[in-house]
Design a protein around this ligand. Structure first.
Ligand code: RRO
Length: 314
C-alpha cells in the first residue's frame, strides 16, 4: 500500500503534517519538521511584527485521564512575518511542500503580508488564519461573515491568480456551514480550507486546586485533542460536501492512524496534528504513518483514493 498523495498538483509522500502553531515557531523546529517523516509542513501563524504572546502558563496538556487533549491561550507569539518569509526562501521544496500561515491583526496587515508574498519567488502555499481565538479584543474573522467576505475579496484580488487557503474555526450550526461555504465558493483562488482551529474559549478547571489551569484570559482558551475530534470531522465533511472545487485539510483530535483514517474518510486530503505533535514531537509522523498503513492493509485498501471522502451515511 501507499500513502502517496497530491495537493494542488504537488506530490507528497504522505498526507500528514503539523497543525500551524505546533513545532513551527522557530527555525530549529521547522528544520526538525523538514527532517521528520511528515508529508508537508506549515509555519506558525505570524503577524507583521514579532509578538511575545500571552503570559505563561498558556498551554496545558490534559492527560491525567480520559479524555485527552489540550487548552491554550498562546496569544499569537511569533517571530514576525519577515522571519518566516526568510525560511520560505531557503526551504527544501524537493523534500516536502511548505505552507506559510499568516494571521494579521488588521486587514491592512494581512494585505501587506499577502503583497510581499505575491512578489516573493517562493513556492510556499499561503494559509490565512481566520480563526485565532486568543488575542484579547479581537473577534475571530471566521465568525464575522461580512469581515471574512471583505478580507477574501481584498486578499484574492491582491494575490493575482495564485492559489491560497483559509484556516477556519469550527462551526456548530448547519446555517453557518452553508453561509461560510457560500462565501468561500465565490473565490475560486481559495483552493483549500483547513478545518478546524481549536474550539475557542473553553474553560478547564482543576478540582483539587479549584482553579483554572492557564493564566491568560482568566483561564479561557482553545481546546484540542479528543474533545474536538467529532467537531473536526463534522467540519471537514461539511466543507467537503459544500466545496467540491476545493481541497479540505483536516485538523483536530488526530493522535494515531485511526483518527487520520477518519479525517480522510470524511473528505480530508491532508491531515494535520496539533496537540499530539506538541506532546510527542516530530517522531509522531513515523508512528502515525505506520498505523494508517496497517489500517489500510487490514481493510484491503491500496491507496488513499480508495477511501478518501467515501464516508457512508445511513
Ligand atoms: O497563538 C494562539 O494563541 C493560537 C492561534 Br494564532 C490559533 O490560531 N489557534 C490557537 O489555538 N492558538
Amino acid at each position: 500500500s501507499s500513502l502517496a498523495t497530491t495537493f494542488l498538483d504537488l506530490p507528497l509522500a504522505n498526507p500528514l503534517m503539523n497543525a500551524s502553531g505546533v513545532w513551527c515557531s522557530v527555525a530549529s523546529q521547522l528544520e526538525a519538521l523538514l527532517e521528520s517523516e511528515s508529508g508537508a509542513m506549515v509555519t506558525k501563524s505570524c503577524t507583521l511584527d514579532p509578538r511575545n504572546g500571552n503570559p505563561e502558563p498558556r498551554y496545558r496538556v490534559l492527560d491525567g485521564n480520559k479524555p485527552w487533549g489540550s487548552i491554550n491561550s498562546m496569544g499569537l507569539p511569533n517571530e514576525g512575518f519577515p522571519y518566516y518569509l526568510r525560511y520560505t526562501e531557503r526551504h527544501d521544496y524537493e523534500t516536502k511542500p511548505l505552507f506559510i500561515s499568516i494571521s494579521g491583526l488588521t486587514l491592512d496587515d494581512n494585505l501587506a503580508m499577502v503583497d510581499s508574498l505575491k512578489d516573493a519567488v517562493t513556492p510556499a502555499i499561503l494559509e490565512i488564519n481566520l480563526s485565532c481565538p486568543n488575542v484579547p479584543g479581537k473577534a475571530q474573522l471566521g465568525y464575522d461573515f461580512d469581515a471574512m467576505d471583505t478580507l477574501l475579496a481584498e486578499v484574492t484580488s491582491g494575490y493575482g491568480q495564485r492559489q491560497l487557503g483559509v484556516k477556519l474555526p469550527p462551526y456548530f450550526d448547519i446555517a453557518h456551514f452553508d453561509e461560510a461555504a457560500a462565501i468561500l465558493n465565490r473565490y475560486p483562488s481559495v483552493a483549500f480550507v483547513t478545518c478546524i482551529n481549536s474550539i475557542g474559549n473553553a474553560l478547564v478547571i482543576d478540582i483539587n486546586t479549584e482553579s483554572v489551569i492557564i493564566k491568560p484570559k482568566d483561564g479561557f482558551g482553545g481546546l484540542g485533542g479528543d474533545y474536538v475530534l467529532p467537531t473536526a470531522l463534522a467540519n471537514v465533511n461539511a466543507f467537503y460536501r459544500r466545496c467540491p472545487e476545493k481541497a479540505v485539510i483536516g485538523c483536530g483530535g488526530v493522535k494515531s492512524g485511526h483518527e487520520a483514517f477518519l479525517h480522510i474518510l470524511a473528505g480530508a486530503t491532508l491531515v494535520q496534528m496539533g496537540t499530539a505533535l506538541y506532546e510527542e514531537g516530530p517522531g509522531i509522523f513515523t508512528r502515525v504513518k505506520a498505523e494508517l498503513l496497517e489500517i489500510m492493509k487490514q481493510k484491503g485498501y491500496e491507496n488513499l483514493a480508495d477511501f478518501h471522502g467515501k464516508l457512508k451515511t445511513l
